[in-house]
Structure formats: C-alpha cells, structure tokens
Design a protein around this ligand. Sequence first.
Ligand SMILES: Cc1cc2nc3c(=O)[nH]c(=O)nc-3n(C[C@H](O)[C@H](O)[C@H](O)COP(=O)(O)OP(=O)(O)OC[C@H]3O[C@@H](n4cnc5c(N)ncnc54)[C@H](O)[C@@H]3O)c2cc1C
Ligand code: FES
Length: 400
Amino acid sequence: MLIQQGVLQLRFQAEANRLNLSLLETQIASAKRKFDLTSTGWNGYRKFEIIKAVPEAKGIASFYLKPHDGKTLPPFQPGQYLTFQVDIPGREKPVVRCYSLSDCEHESYYRVSIKRVPPPVGSPLTPPGLVSNFFHEQLAAGDIVDVQSPNGNFVFDPFDSRPAVLIAGGIGITPILTMAKSVVASESGRELLIFIGVRNSDDHAFEAELKEIEKLPNCRLITCFADPLDDDIKHEGIRYQHQGRIAVNLLKNYLESTNYDFFICGPPPMMSGLTEQLSRWGVSSESIHSEAFGPASIKKMKPSSGEVAAGANAKGVASVEFSKSGIQSEWDGSAENLLDFAIDNGVNIDSGCRAGNCGTCLVALKSGKINYNIEPGVEPEAGTCLACVAVPDGDVVIDA
Ligand SMILES: Cc1cc2nc3c(=O)[nH]c(=O)nc-3n(C[C@H](O)[C@H](O)[C@H](O)COP(=O)(O)OP(=O)(O)OC[C@H]3O[C@@H](n4cnc5c(N)ncnc54)[C@H](O)[C@@H]3O)c2cc1C
Ligand code: FES
C-alpha cells in the first residue's frame, strides 16, 4: 500500500511538473491526494447512481447508492462517512458535504440518510440548508452523484471484547445504527447498550431496524422522547422508555460501572454536555469517541482569564497574512478557526464538513505554525493545514 502510494505520489509529481504547476500548488494538490489515499477505496470522486430514496421520518430520507461503473464496492468501517460533491444549479462551484453510512456493508450498495436542514430558529428568511434540501427536493432514483470513498476515524470494532455504549441524538443515529448493525451482521456478540434521543415519534427514524437489533441477547435499547406527542404518551414503555434528554444520570441507571467504550453522535449541546458529564463521572477520554456533524462542537478548553487567547502572542494578537489575497489581519482569538477568520476578512477558502474530516479547506502554510482545536480526521502533510480546525500559533502566512 505504501509503495503504491509512493508511486502514485511520484507520478502525480511528474505530471504536475509537466503542467508547470507552482511548487505550492503541487504541494497542496499532493496533500489533498494524500487525503484521498488514506481511505480504503478509490481515489478522488467516483460516480454513484441513486437506486432508491426512502422516507425514514419527518424530514429524513435514506438514499441507496450503487457504483455507476458496476464494479465492486470496497469495505468500510462502521461509523465512517461518504463525502459528496454536488453541482447545484446557480452555484459557481460544486458544494462538498459529508454523510455517514447508515447501514452495514452490503455487496451492491451504500446507504446514507439525510435530514433536511431548515433555516436557523428565528431567521425564517435565511435560505435553508443547501445540500440536504437539494437531496430531498431534486435528487431521486436514477440520478448520479460524485462520491469520495468511505473515510473517518469515528470507527467501531464489532469484535472488540469491551462492552460498548452507543448514544445517538437526532440524525446522529446514522453512524450509531451502522455500528449496532455491524454487531448483528458479524455475530460477534459484543455487548451493546444503545441510547436513542429524539423529540418524539415524528422524528424517530429506523424504529423497525432498531427493534430488530434489540432482539440480540447481548443488546439493550433505551429510547428517550424529549417532547412526546399525545399519542406517544399512550405508548410509553413500548415506543420509548424515558421522557427527556439523554444525560449521564440516566446512563447510570443502566451501566454497572464506567468500564465501557462510549460512542456519541448528536447535536453539539448534547455531545459537549455528555462528554463533560462522562469525564466528571471518571470515564477516561480514551474511552469516549464522538463525531460532530458540522462545525467542530467539542473544543479544547478556552484560555482562563490572564492567559492570552488561543494562537495569540504575549501581546494578545498574532498576524495572519493571506498572501494570494494580499490581506493581513490581526488574530485576537475571537474567531473559532482560520476558516472563519478568513471568511470574516473577505478571503474565500472552500469548505465542506467544517470539522477537519473532508480535506476541502486544506491550504498551504507558507510560514509560521498552527495548532488544531480538534484532531483532524487525517493529519495533513507538513506545510499545509486544515483551516476549519486550525488556529495560528504566532504569526502565520497562508496561501489563500
Ligand atoms: C462527518 C460528518 C457526517 C455527517 N453525517 C450526516 C448524516 O448522516 N446525515 C445528515 O443529515 N447530516 C450529516 N452531516 C451533516 C451534513 O454534512 C451537512 O452539514 C448538513 O446536511 C447541512 O448541510 P446543508 O448544505 O444542507 O446546509 P448548509 O447550507 O451548510 O446550511 C447550514 C445552516 O446554515 C444556514 N444558513 C445558510 N445560509 C446562511 C447565511 N447566509 N447566514 C446564516 N445561516 C445560513 C442554513 O439555513 C442552515 O440552517 C454530517 C457531517 C459530518 C461532518
Ligand atoms: S472543511 Fe472539511 S476538513 Fe475542513
């Protein structure tokens, strides 16, 4: 694999030289290629046909995808996601988004399940989520989409002997369902406690699939409805076990100790709240695995008063220069990351997942050092950085 990667890198380098690309362009393209090669499947984007779209709950639909070239599908690890590049009419450039695989391995298809994203609460005039709504409204069986091979580090081993707690909030069910289904498919017998949190039965996707998983002797399913409908209340104890949100006090009713691996995927407040509560309960950080859908939600601790802001020097500021745009600005730690800082300063850097996973925001770091406020899905090569999860460590010059 390493030799193959090396040969591909050399070929790519030769091709780049022939095209007379600048050194920086070559460096950045090579780093992007490294992102492609770290996944188990194909390189770059591959065409997939949507074979069917199936509604799963209010505003949630599953899309089944088969390779357009008819060739085989590579395996993936439970918890990984696909990266899509979508051409939306009226948009200058294709848009990149990630969607977790929501079913375990099948010979002929991959499945992703997408929730329509509405405008933010209180901003009805803001356009709704671009790609999620495009999938729901414009794409159907027979349409073709461009897809990168499965990727991501939020992965689950069905054969691990340690019991696991799987926790899903809302659409965060997608990787968690695949993890649970991998225990069924592999017949590994790994002990599972699955906690599902949704608003009510309207939002409860995959109820039948979860009930099937629950038939395993080594599995227990606990469903929480935060705001049950009148009709739901009649089925308390059957369709759901608890009214309210998932919190560590609830987990303690079911877990004999802290000796579990925890896998969490859900909305940012749930993830950061649970992670903090689990740490306070004594669960080690190595035992807590989580994935943010979108802007990184679990960040390193903010500097305490008296400390300078992340990325700033002793005077409290750092210089960030965007060399291509000819813009220089002072970083005072108020932006979350270099991507937001660039956008605030009128510098365009393409982005996809905004969580350090897809590689779209990779830029060359011409000078200076950066730190990551969350660990990227794939560590970028030296001399490049993922702007969406990076903060400057002193003065930096970025090729954007
Ligand atoms: C690893 C990973 C896995 C994921 N897996 C899944 C999955 O399995 N299923 C799933 O449904 N999602 C998943 N996501 C989330 C998904 O990738 C997208 O982030 C999500 O679908 C939203 O994308 P969008 O294009 O629809 O919304 P966007 O266009 O990105 O909009 C997001 C929000 O911003 C608002 N907005 C738009 N324009 C503006 C503006 N000018 N000012 C202020 N607000 C604005 C929109 O109204 C919307 O509320 C995953 C994300 C990651 C990183
Ligand atoms: S936008 Fe995906 S890694 Fe930064």
